[in-house]
Design a protein around this ligand. Sequence first.
Ligand SMILES: [Zn+2]
Length: 417
Amino acid sequence: MPLHLKKRATKKRAKKAASSFSKFKKLIVPRPDVLHGYLHHTDINLYLEYLQNRYSFVQVHFLGLTYEKRAMKAIEIDWYSERNVTTMERERSRHLIVENMIGNTMLVPMRANLHNATNIRNYVFIEGGTHAREWMSISVALNCIYQLTEKHLRNYDLLRKLRFIIVPVTNPDGYEYTLTKNRRWRKNRRPIRHSRHIGTDCNRNYDFHWEAGPSKMSRNTFKGVKPFSEPETRAMRNLLLKFKSNLLFFLSLHSYAQSIMYPWGYCQQLPESWQTLERLALAGRKAIKSYNGRHYRVGSIAKLSKRHITGSIVDYAFGVINVPLSLVMELPSHDLGFQPPAESISSIGHESWFGIREMCKTAYDLMPPFLNLQAAILANSKLCKSINDKQQEPMPTVANISNQCNTAQVPVKGLKK
Ligand SMILES: [Zn+2]
């Protein structure tokens, strides 16, 4: 081949290679490393987006903007989501075609079975980073997300039973401020009108015994000028209300008192269901102890912290939203302070996940929903039969049974506080 033609062919090949590389490049979404460093808020949101792109059982919810215009985001992890069911069906039918080609019989379509499981599974709600300087609470929330997504095969049993909503950074403005300006900052960053002070303690701003909270603006625990005065607490309230009917277990992450606590925070009295709550907390404590020997204290918020904490999100979730199992987990540890070295993020994250996973399993066992519609109908017909035997009334219609099933799907309402 003449030299000029050779050159032209080489150029053409190089051009083709470059164009295919740029096409490939578009598919690469960077994965921020959440396990080995304290990331900026934008990178944490990028991680959530990365997971949504990668897994069809992940959905990111936009909750609203903070005072400094940062996007608050929640991640929903739902194995039986419409998108994942469709993906699984597509995968299955692809296998079906291959199997048919080699002479195997047809498989039964799975959508109906999956949908029975979908609507009756309850949610676990986890939030971290309400207090800006408690970086480890954000890292642990991110570790939970990591375990439930990137390590989903290890946690398939849990994903089959429960759905998850996780808000890793509840106070993004405050968190960014601690990363760049003042590591000790706790509140959010919205200036208080007609004053020189900045910030409200988001964990004193919920409308549950709010009035008894600290009203001095200079304090680290300032309750705000009114309940839900802050964009962060309004966003969290709206999210809780949205999922209210299926919320089973609410977990608020903080640091560093190394304790698992239950309501109430606003008073010394215990709720009626305190023994159930304690059982759940003890399950978490036992799991962590058996993992690496770390000892967590367990008790009510007011008793363990030796003060009254009013207007907190956990009291609000328990007392107003009626989440039957609501806890606060104060992560380790006093020796390491609010911001342990980045090398300990992974180990504390994994250790905490051990406890949190065990609490999720225990929450499910304490209040399991009906596993499927058939079981619900069967249970209801048994119930109807026993009522029938007593009252000699006719059996209920199918519509009645399905109504009863619907109420049975929400086990959270009957529990007394
Ligand atoms: Zn805190």
